[in-house]
Design a protein around this ligand. Structure first.
Ligand SMILES: [Cu+2]
Length: 181
């Protein structure tokens, strides 16, 4: 029991360290890596580069990148391709972005409860209070050239694909999927 408390303490300290951008201990890092890879189908996750706190902790071979969380602290794992990498970089820097081609990302684990976003405003100061707060289960996300978004629903409750952040440079299509379990 004593040992258990200590290992819990070590774990929480390591998680605090993660939030501060400090390298994490080995077994915690392994868990975060597995958590990151779980966002995509196994074949993609296995070959992906893993980035934790902006640092590459495992080099991949297939051009995909998996992260243990999208926004700091949300615990929502995501695997992205190069176009998504560019878009997320622009999103983080509040910089302009326009898609020349298709970008694909996977969030097959969905988002932990309470970690959703405003469907219109990526920078909403308090997303859970937003009128258009949305939380999505397992899904894919597609970036396409803007003109292809025309006429597509932006209603997250439609049950089908919908546009997220449609009036921003970071517009993308959310595609709810079933994990088939
Ligand atoms: Cu989205």
């Amino acid at each position: 029991m004593h040992k258990n408390i200590i290992s819990k303490l070590v774990l929480s300290l390591a998680l605090i360290a993660t939030g501060m951008g400090i390298s994490v201990a080995g077994d915690v890092e392994e868990k975060l890596i597995a958590h990151a890879r779980s966002a995509a189908p196994a074949a993609i996750g296995a070959g992906a580069t893993i980035v934790i706190n902006g640092k590459v902790v495992a080099e991949g071979t297939n051009g995909w990148t998996c992260l243990p969380e999208v926004m700091p602290g949300d615990r929502a794992p995501v695997c992205i391709d190069a176009v998504w990498g560019e878009m997320m970089g622009a999103l983080g820097a509040k910089a302009a972005f326009s898609a020349n081609g298709v970008g694909i990302s996977y969030m097959l684990m969905g988002e932990p409860q309470g970690s959703g976003v405003s469907n219109s405003d990526p920078y909403h100061p308090n997303p859970s209070e937003a009128d258009d707060y949305t939380e999505t289960g397992p899904h894919l996300m597609l970036i396409v050239p803007r003109e292809l978004l025309e006429g597509m629903s932006d209603d997250p409750s439609s049950g089908g694909p919908y546009v997220m952040w449609g009036d921003t440079d970071y517009a993308h299509i959310m595609v709810p999927v079933d994990r088939g379990e």
